[in-house]
Design a protein around this ligand. Structure first.
Ligand code: RIB
Length: 307
C-alpha cells in the first residue's frame, strides 16, 4: 500500500489585516487589505503535503458554520482527504486574527472546534486511517492531551512522527521519545530548552538538550538564516534560506513541514527533503495568505529549474 501523510491539527479561518502601526491599549488604527482565507497550522501543513503530490488525509474538527464549510471546501480543492474532518454543533470553527505589520505577522487564536477532538477520538481515527510507514504530522493548536496521545499512538503503530510544537507549550519529558522528528523555530526552541539558537554553538547545545530527552532527529528553523538539522545518527547539516521578495510570512513554517513530510513519504532522506521544503517555503512568502499561497510541486520545480 502506498504511504501517505496523515495530519492531525487545527483548521482556522484566517482574518488578516495589514497595518502601518500597531494600536496601543484603547486605541484604534487604520488597517487595509483584509484577507479572509483558509489557514490553521494543521490545515496548512496538510495542504503543503498534498500540493507536493502525495496522498494526504486530515484529522480535524470544524464548527457547523459558514467558515467550517469553507475550510473543508478549501482542503478538498487542494487535494486533502477530509473523511476524518468532523463537523460539530458544540463549538465554532477556529479563527486566527492576524495583523500583518512591518513584514511579519502577529496572531490571536480562538481555538473553537479545534479543541473538540479527545485522545479517545484520535486513537480510533488513527487505527481506522493510518498504517505503519505513514508519515504522521501534528502541531500544538489542538488539545495538549489529544496531541500527546496521537503522537504516542501513531509512533506505536509504526508511523514516522513529526511534531511541530507551535505555538510553544510545555512537552512532558516522557513524550519526547514518541517524536521521530521535532521541527521547531528559534522562539519555540528557546521556550523548550532555555537556549536561544542564535549561533552555531547555541544550536548544538539546543540539539543536544532535545536529543537527550529521546527525540530522534531535530530541525531548528532559523528564519532568514535557513535551518540546522541533526539526525538520529548524529549527522548534522545546515541549509541556507532562499533569497526572495517577502510579501507575507504566514504559513512559511507550515509549508516547510508539509513539503518535508511529502518528500519523506516519497522515500527521500532528511537532507534532500529539507532542501525541497526550503524552496517550497520560499515561494509561500512571496504571496499573501495561508493555504492559497502554498506552492504546488510543479511551481517549485519551475521556479528553481536553473539549479
Ligand atoms: O502558521 C500560520 C497559521 O497559524 C495561520 O494560518 C493561522 O491560522 C495560525 O494558526
Amino acid at each position: 500500500m502506498a504511504k501517505k501523510v496523515l495530519t492531525f491539527g487545527s483548521l482556522n479561518m484566517d482574518l488578516t489585516i495589514e497595518c502601518e502601526r500597531l494600536p496601543q491599549g484603547g486605541e484604534t488604527v487604520q488597517g487595509s487589505d483584509l484577507l479572509c482565507n483558509a489557514g490553521g497550522k494543521g490545515g496548512n501543513q496538510a495542504v503543503a503535503a498534498a500540493k507536493s503530490g502525495v496522498q494526504t488525509e486530515m484529522i480535524a474538527c470544524v464548527g457547523q458554520d459558514i467558515f467550517g464549510m469553507q475550510m473543508i471546501e478549501a482542503l478538498e480543492k487542494y487535494g486533502v482527504g477530509c473523511k476524518e474532518v468532523r463537523i460539530t454543533d458544540k463549538a465554532q470553527t477556529g479563527i486566527a486574527m492576524i495583523t500583518r505589520y512591518d513584514g511579519d505577522n502577529r496572531i490571536i487564536l480562538s481555538a473553537g472546534a479545534n479543541h473538540i477532538i479527545t485522545p479517545e477520538d484520535v486513537g480510533l481515527v488513527l487505527h481506522k486511517t493510518g498504517s505503519a510507514g505513514d508519515i504522521f504530522v501534528t502541531q500544538f493548536e489542538c488539545r495538549k492531551d489529544t496531541t500527546f496521545a496521537a503522537l504516542c499512538e501513531a509512533h506505536n503503530m509504526g508511523m514516522y512522527t513529526i511534531f511541530n510544537p507551535a505555538p510553544a507549550k510545555e512537552i512532558p519529558p516522557e513524550v519526547f521519545r514518541y517524536i521521530d522528528l521535532l521541527v521547531l523555530n528559534q522562539s519555540e526552541c528557546e521556550f523548550l530548552t532555555g537556549i536561544f539558537p542564535g549561533d552555531e554553538a547555541a544550536c548544538r547545545r539546543a540539539l543536544d538538550a532535545i536529543q537527550t530527552l529521546g527525540t530522534k532527529s531535530v530541525i531548528i528553523t532559523l528564519g532568514a538564516a535557513g535551518s540546522i538539522c541533526r539526525t538520529e545518527k548524529k549527522e548534522e547539516f545546515r541549509t541556507l534560506a532562499r533569497k526572495v521578495n517577502v510579501v507575507d510570512t504566514t504559513a512559511a513554517g507550515d509549508t516547510f513541514i508539509g513539503a518535508l513530510a511529502a518528500e519523506l513519504c516519497e522515500g527521500r532522506n532528511l537532507e534532500e527533503s529539507i532542501k525541497y521544503a526550503t524552496k517550497a517555503s520560499a515561494l509561500t512568502i512571496m504571496k499573501y495568505g495561508a493555504q492559497q499561497s502554498i506552492p504546488y510541486r510543479n511551481e517549485i520545480e519551475e521556479f528553481f529549474k536553473e539549479e
